[in-house]
Design a protein around this ligand. Structure first.
Ligand code: SF4
Length: 323
C-alpha cells in the first residue's frame, strides 16, 4: 500500500470533441434516414468501440472506394479526404456525405491558398495518417511532410521560393513548437497560416493533462491505438512529470501491475472516446480501492458544428458527389 492517501483525478476537458461528435452523429442519422447499409470510408473516428457500435447498427467500414458498391451511400470520415477521393466518388456516381471535421477542412483551404501562390508548404504530421494524406492531396506538388524537429535539417527547399507551414490537427503542441523553431532557423521568412492548425480540442486536452499529470503517479488515457490525439496525451502526461502513463481501449485493459505503489491516478481520454468508457475505467479503479474521482476542470468548451447539409435538409436522398 502506498503511504499517501489514494486520489483519483478526472481531467476536463476530455473525450468527444465537436468534430467527432458531428461525425458520429452523421453516420447515426444517415442510418436512420437512409437505412443500412451506410458505407464509411475509413474509420469514421479512431475509436474501436465507436466503430464496432456503428457496425452493429449497419455501417460498413471500408478502406477504399473500390469496396463500395455502385449507387451506395458513402460517408467520408472526420479526418478528411483528398480531392482525388472525391473525384473518384463523383466518377462512380456514388452518393456521398462528407463528415470531415470543419477544422480539418480549414487546413485543406490553407493548403490550396498557399499552393495558389506557388508557396512551398511544410506539413508537420505523421506519415500514413489519413488526415495527412487528405491534406497532402490538396497540393501534392507543393507539400513536403516533416514528422518532427529531427527531420527539419533534411528538408530540401527551393531558396528562391517562399515557404509556409501547416500541421496535422492532433499533434503534440510542444513538439510542434520545437519543429517550428527549427523551421524558422532554417527559413526565417517562414509564412504562418492564418491560425494554428492544432485544434482547440487537442490543445485543451493536452493542457488539462499537463496540469494534472505533474501530480500523478500514474495517468490512464482512454483511447484507441490508432488515435493520434490519444497517443499524444500519453506522451504529454509523461513529459508533464507523471510517474507513468498508459493507454487503454477500455477498463478491461488496465494492468494491475501498473497500480503497484501508486497513490494518485489521473484519468483522461482522447477526442474520439465515448464518456461511458471513461466511467467504466473509474468504476474499476474505485472497485480496486480508489475513492470516487474528483474532476479538475481546466477549460470550458462550447464548440459545436452543424451537421453536413444533406442531414439538415428535408431531402431523402443525398445527391451524387458534385451534384
Ligand atoms: Fe476536429 Fe480537432 Fe476533433 Fe479532429 S480532434 S475532429 S480536428 S475538433
Amino acid at each position: 500500500m502506498p503511504d499517501q492517501p489514494r486520489k483519483l483525478i478526472l481531467a476536463a476537458p476530455r473525450g468527444y470533441c465537436a468534430g467527432v461528435d458531428r461525425a458520429v452523429v452523421t453516420v447515426e442519422k444517415a442510418l436512420e434516414r437512409y437505412g443500412a447499409p451506410v458505407y464509411v470510408r475509413k474509420q469514421i473516428v479512431h475509436n474501436r468501440h465507436v466503430v464496432e457500435d456503428l457496425m452493429a447498427r449497419g455501417a460498413v467500414f471500408v478502406d477504399d472506394l473500390d469496396e463500395v458498391p455502385d449507387d451506395a451511400l458513402v460517408v467520408f470520415s472526420a479526418h478528411g479526404v483528398s480531392p482525388q477521393v472525391k473525384q473518384e466518388a463523383q466518377r462512380r456516381g456514388l452518393r456521398t456525405i462528407d463528415a470531415t471535421c470543419p477544422l480539418v477542412t480549414k487546413v485543406h483551404h490553407e493548403a490550396r491558398r498557399f499552393a495558389t501562390d506557388d508557396t512551398q508548404i511544410v506539413l508537420i504530421g505523421h506519415a500514413g495518417h489519413e488526415e495527412v494524406e487528405g491534406t497532402t492531396g490538396e497540393a501534392p506538388e507543393h507539400i513536403t511532410l516533416v514528422q518532427g524537429p529531427e527531420e527539419v535539417a533534411d528538408l530540401e527547399l527551393d531558396p528562391q521560393r517562399p515557404v509556409s507551414w501547416l500541421s496535422q490537427t492532433t499533434l503534440s503542441v510542444d513538439e510542434t513548437a520545437q519543429t517550428l523553431d527549427r523551421l524558422r532557423q532554417l527559413r526565417p521568412d517562414l509564412l504562418d497560416p492564418p491560425s494554428d492548425d492544432i485544434c482547440y480540442a487537442t490543445s485543451n486536452r493536452q493542457y488539462a493533462i499537463t496540469q494534472i499529470g505533474a501530480h500523478c503517479d500514474l495517468v490512464i488515457v482512454v483511447g484507441s491505438a490508432n488515435s493520434s490525439n490519444t497517443g499524444r496525451l500519453v506522451d504529454v502526461a509523461v513529459a508533464a512529470g507523471a510517474g507513468a502513463a498508459h493507454r487503454v481501449d477500455d477498463a478491461a485493459e488496465i494492468d494491475d501491475s501498473w497500480l503497484d505503489g501508486v497513490a494518485t491516478i489521473g484519468v483522461t481520454s482522447g477526442a474520439s472516446v465515448p464518456e461511458q468508457l471513461v466511467q467504466d475505467v473509474l468504476a474499476v479503479l474505485e472497485a480496486k480501492g480508489w475513492p470516487p474521482a474528483v474532476e479538475e476542470s481546466l477549460i470550458e468548451e462550447s464548440m459545436t458544428f452543424a451537421l453536413p447539409p444533406q442531414l439538415r435538409s428535408r431531402r431523402t436522398r443525398p445527391a451524387a458527389t458534385g451534384a
